[in-house]
Design a protein around this ligand. Structure first.
Ligand SMILES: CC(=O)N[C@H]1[C@@H](OP(=O)(O)OP(=O)(O)OC[C@H]2O[C@@H](n3ccc(=O)[nH]c3=O)[C@H](O)[C@@H]2O)O[C@H](CO)[C@@H](O)[C@@H]1O[C@H](C)C(=O)N[C@@H](C)C(=O)N[C@H](CCC(=O)O)C(=O)O
Ligand SMILES: Nc1ncnc2c1ncn2[C@@H]1O[C@H](COP(=O)(O)OP(=O)(O)OP(=O)(O)O)[C@@H](O)[C@H]1O
Ligand SMILES: N[C@H](CCC[C@H](N)C(=O)O)C(=O)O
Ligand SMILES: [Mg+2]
Length: 499
């Protein structure tokens, strides 16, 4: 739903409206943080960043028609056609202004925020699906896409910038959604993308190593996640869902304020949503859930122990929303899975080929140990480590791959502005047995060689890119989809008599 243009003073609030200079109180048609997306009538926020400073683009924004500029740097304004507001923390103000501009969409929606290093996409998909089965209309925002129920929008961030987020939530309100289930990344929390929004339920899944290019250390990474539950960027969530099997989850339980209702889940006997009698197989899992609504035998089509944890989290979230779990556990066995998460590639080949989004040490460890248990033959993995991201996870990822797979094919995974050879150098530090590791920079070729070396009973995991349909080299984005590439290669191999 397009929102109506508003006077600058109305969306700034009385405190900041006093700081307006230049053009008196223009009408704002839209918000922008990127000068390249400014259209006439925009309010441009000049944000200081890691790569650039938005203040360098103020003139460009004005030339494209910005009628107001918010910045932390006082400016000598030459144009009386533009209003200037100097504010200490423009990113934080952006969130408050976006919420006002889009008429506080969170007030009309039940918001569920899911955070943690791994499993956010899986859990949000599960919750959205359970709610849809119960006839409850919730949108879903995250890494794979923005599902507004009546339309879907491609995802550009796991957690959108506040101005995009409020726009998406406003559209959901227009589509008469009851609420939204969304992934809340640590970048999202730290950069105030979800600031000021009222969450009905906030869930913490786990915390393991990732993003230490951005956060100083694990403690700072944890503190950012924690701040979401303490309401440091806005209202406290009404209910907090916590994983008692994760040491950081256990710690967080003792740190959330008393007036936030806490619901715990896990294998721990202390958990409110407790799992026992877990039976894992290559076709899914069954387990017994004990929770305040009773005891249930749960069947899920998702494979692996970590997906038992994800399913439990999803059910605890539904409990936190006030739903009776009896109604929620019914259709889990028919859940069709998530794109690029342990997704089978079926092209008539004799080996098992799976595409998964494991791009951390913990995820790779879980994925490979699970596959080890169900593979009778050789287990191979193709994986790389993202450029311009946490360098420290590279040797750790290589170590678990080398320890758990029979053969590892190291390759590129979005090298961005780094040289693939430099990324390989970091990965080499984790090698345990070099005879079982091959480095092939071209991802397509790495997949081809891995496929050629697999036969009946063998399993190949193509990890790291999951649903992604591109490869990022420098500033260039090239189409690349592991699932399509694998199918093409298998078909070519068959034509050449090699499959
Ligand atoms: C590290 C990080 O999160 N960076 C985000 C941050 O960038 P930044 O502050 O460094 O911005 P910058 O590139 O230096 O530019 C500064 C300002 O100048 C503006 N600009 C820039 C160029 C120009 O021509 N005109 C212009 O106006 C930019 O729009 C920006 O507002 O702010 C930008 C705009 O607000 C974001 O787009 C950018 O996300 C980058 C692209 C990114 O890759 N982020 C990833 C790491 C991220 O957020 N990932 C999480 C998921 C993590 C997980 O898996 O858990 C996510 O939620 O997606
Ligand atoms: N609970 C979990 N614990 C550990 N690993 C998991 C868990 N859930 C999923 N994984 C692994 O992590 C990968 C990514 O899962 P998913 O996309 O659900 O996580 P995410 O938190 O959304 O990731 P991102 O931060 O990149 O958006 C999966 O492909 C799987 O290998
Ligand atoms: N959301 C994650 C995705 C990583 C996926 C992997 N393919 C990579 O590029 O490193 C990130 O931004 O770190
Ligand atoms: Mg995700």
């Amino acid at each position: 739903m397009p929102t109506k243009a508003k006077k600058l003073s109305a969306i700034l609030g009385p405190k900041f409206a006093k700081a307006m200079k230049g053009q008196p109180d223009p009408k704002i048609e839209r918000l922008a943080i990127d000068s390249r997306r400014v259209t006439p009538g925009s309010l441009f926020f000049a944000l200081p960043g890691l790569k650039a400073d938005g203040n360098s683009f103020v003139d460009e924004a004005i030339s494209r028609g910005a009628v107001a500029v918010i910045s932390s740097q006082p400016r000598r304004f030459r144009s009386s056609k533009t209003a200037f507001v100097t504010i200490e923390n423009p990113r934080q103000t952006l969130a408050a202004v976006a919420r006002e501009f889009y008429d506080k969409p969170d007030e009309a929606l039940s918001l569920v925020g899911v955070t943690g290093t791994n499993g956010k996409t899986t859990v949000t998909y599960l919750v959205k699906q359970i709610l849809a089965n119960l006839g409850q209309r919730y949108g879903c925002l995250g890494t794979i896409g923005y599902d507004l129920v009546r339309r879907t929008v491609p995802s550009f961030r796991t957690t959108p910038e506040s101005l995009d987020l409020c726009d998406l939530l406003n559209q959901m309100r227009g589509f008469e959604c009851r609420g939204a289930v969304m992934e809340v990344s640590s970048h999202g929390i730290d950069q105030h993308r979800v600031a000021g929004l009222k969450f009905e339920v906030a869930a913490f899944l786990n915390l393991t190593r990732d993003h230490l290019d951005y956060h100083d250390d694990m403690e700072s990474y944890y503190q950012v996640k924690r701040s979401f539950f303490l309401g440091e960027h806005g209202p406290q969530p009404k209910v907090a869902i916590m994983n008692l099997d994760d040491p950081y989850g256990e710690r967080l339980v003792s740190e959330v304020p008393d007036d936030v209702e806490v619901i715990t889940f896990g294998e721990s006997p202390k958990a409110d949503y407790r799992v026992s009698q877990i039976a894992l197989s290559s076709g899914g899992s069954t387990f017994v859930l004990s929770c305040p609504d009773g005891e249930f035998e749960v069947n899920t089509s998702l494979v692996g122990r970590y997906n038992v944890s994800n399913t439990l989290a999803a059910l605890a979230i539904c409990g936190g929303l006030g739903l009776n779990v009896t109604n929620c556990v019914k259709d889990l066995s028919s859940f069709s899975g998530i794109p690029g998460r342990m997704q089978k590639v079926e092209a008539g080949q004799s080996s098992t080929v799976l595409v998964d989004y494991a791009h951390t040490e913990d995820a790779l460890k879980n994925a490979l140990s699970m596959l080890r248990d169900v593979t009778t033959g050789k287990l191979s993995v193709v994986f790389g480590c993202g450029g311009n991201r946490d360098r420290g996870k590279r040797p750790a990822m290589m170590r678990v791959a080398n320890e758990l797979a029979d053969v590892s094919w190291a390759t590129s995974d979005n090298p961005r502005n780094e040289k693939v050879e430099d990324i390989f150098q970091d990965m080499r530090e984790g090698i345990v047995d070099g005879d079982r590791v091959h480095f092939v920079a071209d991802r397509r070729r790495a997949i081809e060689l891995a496929l050629e070396s697999c036969g009946e009973g063998d399993c190949l995991l193509i990890a790291g890119k999951g649903h992604e349909s591109f490869q990022e080299y420098g500033e260039t984005v090239i189409p690349f989809d592991d699932r399509k590439v694998a199918i093409e290669l298998i078909e070519n191999m068959r034509l050449g008599g090699r499959a």
